[in-house]
Design a binder for this molecule. Structure first.
Ligand code: PLP
Length: 376
């Protein structure tokens, strides 16, 4: 029984991926224990924040860092920081920023909704988003021409949510920003590489703690000393209603400490998905295989191709039945229309691949029964 069930929500078996709507990550025991100890104790937050900055710096190669309650808070706080610096009067008045350098330039194809609008997060921090170019085509000149005496920063989003083609590259954004003595902020919320964007020259880079890092609901900003100090000071201002608690900070730092030594576990993933496929191999109309991640990452998912003519039930209907049961089983459903169901092994707790196989078998048995009844 999951701890959530006593309050009503069904148990979830997550075979989809790291989805914010499913609670992002389930942390491991070390992280959970560290968070528990932090929750049961006290600390000077004014000492914890810069200490966290040092751990973030070490993990990213940046000069400094600032913990946040998520990447979206990271966007708001970074925006506030490039506008206010460490000026307390400005910090205490944000998001009001009229008369100040407050324009944040981003490409139209980057003005996405990741669950909320990236431009709204900027406005929370007092920024005025300036979208340039077209949704599918932006030129370096579009960026350059938008820069004026009100520009506070350039912003780049590295994400599958963004338009991938026709956009100005990070290299060019860095070059333009620094030629105009402006900072470049990169939202790399779900990225796995914690060093890359700092090494490329970004001034602030934003990550989510609950995505690739597999930490608790949290996030962080890394970057230059001056801007990270300005980020931490936002906790006296717009950061206050998005503060991150001591237990989340300790959970985040524990996750960061473990991340560097994390080994790829592709073999274990394959083993678990083979076990799932083995349980389903005798079912007619279901063709199982192991599929590596489209982007070439070390992720090996089970792929089930459902032949509706044989099974009597379409993949869409199978996925719906899996999700509406208790436990509620979430598969990876990007190719459902083509009859393909994927299962992601990474978020599955121990033994849950067995439960998924059993439930799929049950649904297919039932469909088969309905099919033969219909024929008679
Ligand atoms: C998930 C995501 C966010 C929001 O992250 P939270 O940690 O949930 O606040 C922001 N930007 C991008 C690109 C994301 O993928």
């Amino acid at each position: 029984m999951s701890i959530f069930e006593q309050y009503g929500p069904r148990q979830v078996i997550n075979g989809c991926g790291k989805m914010t709507v499913l609670g992002a990550s389930a942390v491991d025991k070390d992280i959970a224990e560290a968070m528990g100890r932090a929750a049961m104790d006290y600390v000077e937050i004014a000492e914890l924040l810069p200490a966290a900055g040092r751990v973030i710096a070490k993990a990213t190669g940046a000069e400094d860092g600032c913990p946040t309650c998520g990447a979206s808070a990271g966007i708001a706080i970074s925006t506030a920081a490039v506008i206010s610096g460490t000026n307390v009067d400005i910090i205490e008045n944000l998001p009001h920023s009229s008369g100040l350098k407050n324009e944040i330039i981003l490409q139209k194809g980057h003005a996405v909704n990741f669950g909320a609008r990236v431009t709204q997060m900027m406005m929370l921090g007092g920024g005025k988003p300036v979208e340039v170019g077209c949704a599918n085509l932006v030129a370096a000149d579009n960026i350059e021409n938008a820069i004026n005496e009100k520009t506070a920063a350039l912003f780049y989003i590295k994400s599958h949510h963004a338009v991938q083609k026709g956009m100005v590259s990070i290299e060019t954004m860095v070059e333009i920003a620094h030629r105009h003595q402006l900072p470049l902020i990169i939202d790399a919320a779900a990225e796995e590489d914690l060093h890359k964007y700092i090494a490329m020259g970004a001034d602030l880079v934003i990550y989510s703690g609950g995505k690739a890092l597999e930490g608790p609901t949290s996030g962080f900003i890394c970057g230059t000393k001056a801007l990270c100090a300005a980020c931490r000071m936002q906790y006296q201002g717009i950061g206050r209603p998005m503060k991150t608690g001591k237990e989340s900070i300790v959970g985040l730092l524990t996750a960061l400490g473990k991340y560097a030594s994390r080994k790829p576990n592709g073999d274990l993933q394959k083993q678990r998905m083979h076990a799932l496929l083995k349980d389903l191999e005798d079912i007619e109309g279901v063709h199982g295989s192991i599929a590596q991640d489209e982007a070439g990452r070390e992720i090996y998912r089970a792929k089930l191709v459902i032949d509706e003519a044989v099974t009597g039930i379409h993949a869409v209907e199978i996925a719906h039945k899996l999700e509406s049961g208790n436990p509620s089983i979430h598969t990876r459903n990007y190719y459902l229309a083509q009859g393909e169901i994927f299962v992601d092994p990474r978020p599955l707790l121990e033994g849950q691949e067995k439960i998924i196989a059993e439930k799929i078998k049950e649904i297919l048995r039932e469909a088969k029964g309905n099919q033969s009844n219909g024929r008679n």
